[in-house]
Design a protein. Structure first.
Length: 199
């Protein structure tokens, strides 16, 4: 039985099709991968972060973009859509359409059950290959938890985290502080299940 060869797309063809598509897809090594829709809680958290970061950056030389800004990791070939992207100084784009950024400084991902493993693993590995990237922020939507991975010397990354609504966390490369009460504004968390007491 013969197999039908899979036709690989070029990056240029991917971008042409993606710009006409109704739904977003990632692209890697000639193949596209549809992205999933986001829940209400995911959208609230991402929107809260964007609002807080945008407000604090509005008078400086950094720009905040929502999840429609595509990012291309030149070192690995991945095209993807972070939940929030920050670029500082002169943003660089793949072409004149200005919708595919090359030099993010900070990336945020709001974790979901279906994407957490990917965001923490394979996608994180791609992100760490971006020379301009200084911090990578993972935000839980199921509990108060914000993790910031900050680039250090010799390819090492420092983890900082905040896990209580009364705490704040600082994105050092931006000079931005995020109170968790703002990150999770209007978000209701499920009550933890009570373990039965042994008799």
């Amino acid at each position: 039985m013969s197999s039908v060869p899979v036709t690989k797309l070029s990056p240029e063809e991917y971008l042409r099709r993606e710009r006409l598509a109704e739904f977003k897809s990632e692209f890697y090594r000639g193949e596209t991968f549809a992205t999933t829709g986001a829940s209400r809680r995911h959208n609230l958290v991402a929107g809260n972060i964007y609002a807080a970061v945008h407000t604090q950056l509005r008078d400086g030389d950094c720009e905040a973009y929502g999840s429609d800004m595509r990012v291309h990791i030149a070192a690995t070939g991945l095209y993807t859509y972070p939940d929030i992207t920050i670029a500082c100084g002169q943003p660089k784009f793949v072409d004149g359409v200005l919708d595919t950024l090359l030099n993010p400084k900070v990336l945020f991902e709001v974790l979901s059950d279906s994407t957490e493993k990917y965001d923490r693993g394979v996608k994180s590995g791609h992100y760490r290959q971006i020379e301009s990237l200084q911090e990578y922020v993972l935000v839980s939507q199921n509990e108060p938890r914000v993790e910031v991975y900050e680039r250090r010397d010799a390819g090492t990354w420092l983890l900082k985290e905040a896990t209580k609504l009364g705490e704040s966390i600082t994105i050092e490369s931006l000079g931005v502080t995020l109170p968790l009460e703002e990150v999770y504004r209007r978000v209701t968390f499920a009550e933890p299940a009570n373990d039965p007491t042994p008799q």
